[in-house]
Design a protein around this ligand. Sequence first.
Ligand SMILES: [Zn+2]
Length: 453
Amino acid sequence: MSKKIQNQKENNKMDKIVSLCKRRGFIFPGSEIYGGLANSYDYGPLGVELFNNIKKLWWRRFVQIRGDVVGVEGPIIMNPKVWEASGHLSHFTDPLVECKLCHLRLRQDKPDDIAAHERAHQGKKAEWTEAKNFNLLFKTFIGTVEDDKAAAYLRGETAQTMFTDFKLVIEALRKKVPFGIAQIGRNFRNEITTGNFIFRMKEFTIAELEYFVKPGEDDAKFEEWLASQQEFFIKDLEIKPANIKKVELPKDELAHYSKRTVDTYFNFPFGWDEIAGIANRTDYDLKNHLEHSKENLRYRDPETNEEYIPYVVEPTFGLDRIMLAVLADAYEEVEARSGADETKHEQEIVLRLNKKLAPFKIAVLPLSKKEPLTKMGQDIAAALREQWMIDYDETQSIGKRYRRQDEIGTPYCVTVDFDSLEDKAVTVRERDTMEQERIAVDKLQDYFKDKFN
Ligand SMILES: [Zn+2]
């Protein structure tokens, strides 16, 4: 296949994912009734379930099962001195140039965007101003007076709570280095580069943790965390290994605080791009906070009495990007496979989501929308809801209903048919194999507990 056709096909795939997400309630354009807002999206009823499931798996792997990591949840607005100490007020910038014809600002380091904009002016020669640094922190004001003394910022990263709480966590939880503090939370960046759906947004959710180690032990811990990060993608989210790669950042591209950074890239329909990273932040943050706050943030080893400022290894996960990766990885078009005779269609979408991630675990489908099948179906759905997210659908043909569940990734469908009234059993259909099994209604809970464990 030529590269051009391949590209068209992949763009097409991205369009199809965006369309599926809107049509089935995963992701909506933000503020759509007012014409939307650039780089802003809402997670719909299915999207929020998927997103929460990703968060749960993350917390389980990196907090619950480890024993050496604890969680916190900090506010979006922190004391502005935090951002002074962290270097964000001086370093968290993009170089922008302004088009002299229309005053649009673009990032100087995005030559493709600049070239596209020049072409859009058709014939008129676009000229650009000198690059100016533009801070990505969103500014706001505390109180009623909008002057610089009242200025505050929406956080640009979650990490800072873990540094400002470092001492409090050690004292309250009696933690010994090495240990980590984790947080999942919203972050804000005044992004002006648009595009690629939820890949780049003004607000986004980051899951990250700061792992504090004795200087000298940082390189080994970095390797351990890198392995652990990959396990999350391959084992927990079940992303296809061929769609994941690690990218070591060259020294001259490292962030101002980093000694080493390795990013994880996913093979999106629009190309390989970053979904996670791991950085060795050294003692940069604690040292700066110590200088700015005058608090003693040194750690004293209780056994040796040795005092030092710990180094920090920081695995970071862009959860919105990971959700898009999970959707793209699971999206599959297959030849018509269910009920081809009853409704003409050529292709079906199957979202092959990991069972733990699927928004609905089970759909209950009575064969007819009349009593007494509906009553039996609703009772079964109500009982299963105690344990799992359940969809209930009684409209349209059974083939169409199976396909609707396949395209949102529901692992199991339970069909209540006329025999069910007699034998008190239902048919369970599995999404990927389409295999069907007859299961007694009073055994359903145990059957699914086994499947979802
Ligand atoms: Zn212009």
